[in-house]
Design a protein around this ligand. Structure first.
Ligand code: BGC
Ligand code: BGC
Length: 642
């Protein structure tokens, strides 16, 4: 079979060669430009034509706002990114496409015309794009346990990215989160290695799948590249250990032995590599005191060697700068550790200068540079960028298409976890007569979407296009029922009236990364007050929690008849009401252990052991009432934990 393929390839080569000879092209088309050539041959041919300056440019990724006019061409920059909130001044699909195509035009104007690879964090849909379909954050997808759904979300996200001309997503996060105080808990699917592996591979495959009916260029395998991140152990750092940015847990130190690292955190990477991940991003964190960006053993020996990763390794945002020592040594150490592309958000000239000097000084070998550049070029060829470098307006129609919105609603439905349901509180009776709704999160698309939505830290207003939970409640309440809303749960005009049903939506404020690290996971007093205020005015009280992780609700638990964990559902908040009103059943199951008190943390399936009752969690991993079929927990009066 192999021989047959090489004969066919050879024939193709001869045919093309003959073809160009007959057409008497004035200048010979370089081999790397010939889509009929095998990708490896195109990479080798192109590499052989490149100067050191062009090679180092390929290894450089710059944040779009830090690029002086013309710099992509002048410095042969290989990649450009939008950080969180890095939208163009016109935040429309067309505005994005024009911006990305503009950078691409510069890249194609250079001597060799190597296309740039534009990257973005489309981590729950294309969150930086105004008007995108925003899916639940990964924590909610973890609750669905539905890999087919997650695969389709990957595909849908890829389409909306392509509408903006962007072929590279910095996702999925494949962290196996062991401490829910981490501000990135919601970016991870679960605390369970198996669940993380299953869902992250489904997402990655969805993202990297060619749309049905798409005719690829020869050698092209995908239109969008995924990034398995953050290699490795980002969800496993020790609370309070050294974090260069001063965070409580983000970017800190993972203190486990190698066997634990391999058992807990490596499987999703192994699966991502097998599924053809084109890139892996290095973690800001360290392992037993060594910054991951400096860890040659884990990046080169384990990831590229043992796991056979053929794609390229990208650093995190100025991640190499956290390696001890001066910038020159940071560059030398990280490149020698196996980082192929460096995210240099600002100050890229210093990086170009330092890496050039390192090669000239013999501190970084030419072989290492060639390996890094070959990997980056290989990915660009597999993406078909040499043959289709520009945005394709055909995808514009996919942004917030009815199909994508239906998928997002399905994801919301399946992500909700029913934690408590007493006194037949749920489903809500449409004909209840009077429904009182409280909590800022009930009527706020920003709060329900969380971080990485329009801005790095998310927004706490309804700037996100979509529907709110209140919209859904109003739509489903029967013609005889009135819905009243007050953020604080104060319905003074209804003094003396006891409504049959009250719904409070409590929420965390949006956050991203270490900014969201939390020592206590407490609800704010305003949120607690909304519950306390509404309680005496309703017969049945339902609390819906919008949060990026379990929060401590033990003291408030007895106050409500029903509790629902809705995570961060994204732009389609009204879909939450579908489940509350019983249009769709509750099927979600906890992707994380739910602690009883913050004093128990870190508490997860690996640490919970025999802890039960007052020492155990409030709800175990996998818990969920309704069709998820857990037995309701028995309420315990536990002594207050200091
Ligand atoms: C985050 C990455 C992200 C990158 C680009 C970093 O701060 O850790 O997850 O992909 O920024 O926005
Ligand atoms: C960017 C993010 C990035 C972060 C790193 C922010 O300014 O918008 O994308 O992850 O900085 O600290």
């Amino acid at each position: 079979m192999k021989r047959l393929i090489s004969v066919v390839l050879l024939a193709a080569v001869i045919l093309t060669a003959c073809g160009s000879a007959v057409s008497e092209a004035p200048t010979e088309t370089p081999l790397y430009r010939d889509p009929a050539q095998p990708v490896a041959a195109r990479v080798a041919d192109l590499l052989a034509r490149m100067t050191l300056e062009e090679k180092i440019g390929q290894m450089t990724q710059v944040e779009k706002n830090s690029l002086p006019v013309g710099a992509v061409a002048d410095y042969f920059i290989g990649s450009v990114l939008s950080g969180g909130g890095g939208s163009p001044s016109s935040n429309t699909p067309e505005g994005w496409a024009a911006m990305v195509d503009g950078f691409q035009e510069q890249a194609l104007s250079t001597r060799l015309g190597i296309p740039i690879l534009y990257g973005v964090d489309a981590v729950h849909g294309h969150g930086n794009l105004a008007g995108a379909t925003i899916f639940p954050h990964n924590i909610g997808l973890g609750a669905t346990r539905n890999p087919d759904l997650v695969r389709q979300i990957g595909q849908a996200t890829a389409e909306e990215m392509l509408a903006t001309g962007i072929p590279w997503n910095f996702g999925p996060v494949v962290a196996v989160v062991q401490d829910v105080r981490w501000g990135r808990t919601y970016e991870g699917y679960s605390e369970d290695t198996g669940l993380v592996t299953e869902l992250s591979v489904a997402y990655l495959e969805g993202l990297q799948t060619l749309p049905s009916g798409y005719v690829p260029a020869p050698g092209q395998t995908c239109l969008v590249a995924a990034t398995a991140k953050h290699y490795i152990g980002d969800g496993g750092t020790l609370f309070g250990s050294d974090s260069p940015s001063g965070y409580l847990i983000d970017q800190a130190d993972m203190q486990v032995d190698e066997a634990t690292l391999r058992a807990l955190y490596l499987p999703p990477y192994q699966a991502a590599v097998e599924a053809g991940a084109l890139s892996v991003m290095v973690s800001f964190s360290s392992w037993n005191g060594t910054r991951m960006h400096a860890n040659q053993y884990l990046i080169t020996d384990v990831l590229k060697g043992e796991l056979g990763f053929e794609g390229f390794v990208v650093s995190d945002w100025a991640g190499i700068d956290q390696i001890p020592g001066d910038y020159y040594s940071d560059v030398v150490t990280s490149i020698n550790a196996g980082v192929d592309m460096v995210m240099v958000p600002q100050g890229f000239q210093l990086f170009l200068f330092s890496l050039t000097a390192a090669v000239e000084n013999g501190d970084v070998s030419m072989a290492r540079i060639d390996d890094a550049v070959s990997r980056i070029l290989w990915a660009k060829f597999l993406l078909g960028l040499f043959d289709h470098p520009y945005s394709d307006p055909a995808y514009l129609a996919t942004v917030r298409s009815p199909e994508h919105l239906a998928l997002a609603r399905q994801a919301v439905h399946e992500s909700l976890v029913l934690l408590k349901n007493e006194n037949q509180a749920l489903p809500v009776d449409r004909n209840a007569g009077l429904i009182l709704v409280a909590g800022e999160g009930a009527d706020n698309t920003g709060l329900q979407s969380g971080g990485w939505t329009l801005e790095w830290q998310g927004v706490s207003s309804s700037r996100v296009e979509g529907s709110t939970i209140l919209d859904g409640i109003e739509a489903l309440a029967g013609p005889e029922s009135e819905v009243h809303y007050n953020r604080f749960g104060r319905f003074d005009t209804l003094e003396g009236v006891i409504a049959p049903v009250g719904i409070v939506v409590v929420s965390e404020n949006p956050y991203a990364e270490g900014v969201g690290d939390s020592p206590g996971l407490q609800l704010s007093q305003t949120e607690i007050n909304a519950i306390v205020n509404l309680r005496p005015q309703v017969e049945i009280l339902i609390v819906v929690i919008l949060s990026g992780r379990p929060v401590i609700i033990t003291d408030q638990y007895p106050l409500a008849d029903a509790w629902v964990a809705a995570w961060l559902p994204g732009s389609e908040g009204a879909a939450v009401a579908d489940v509350l009103f019983g249009e769709v059943p509750f099927t979600g199951r906890l992707p994380y252990t739910w602690p009883r008190s913050s004093a128990q943390l870190p508490l997860n399936i690996n640490t919970v052991g025999e802890l039960r009752g007052c020492d155990g969690p409030l709800f175990p991993f996998g818990y969920g009432l309704g069709e998820a079929a857990s037995e309701p927990i028995e309420w315990l009066e536990c002594p207050a934990i200091p």
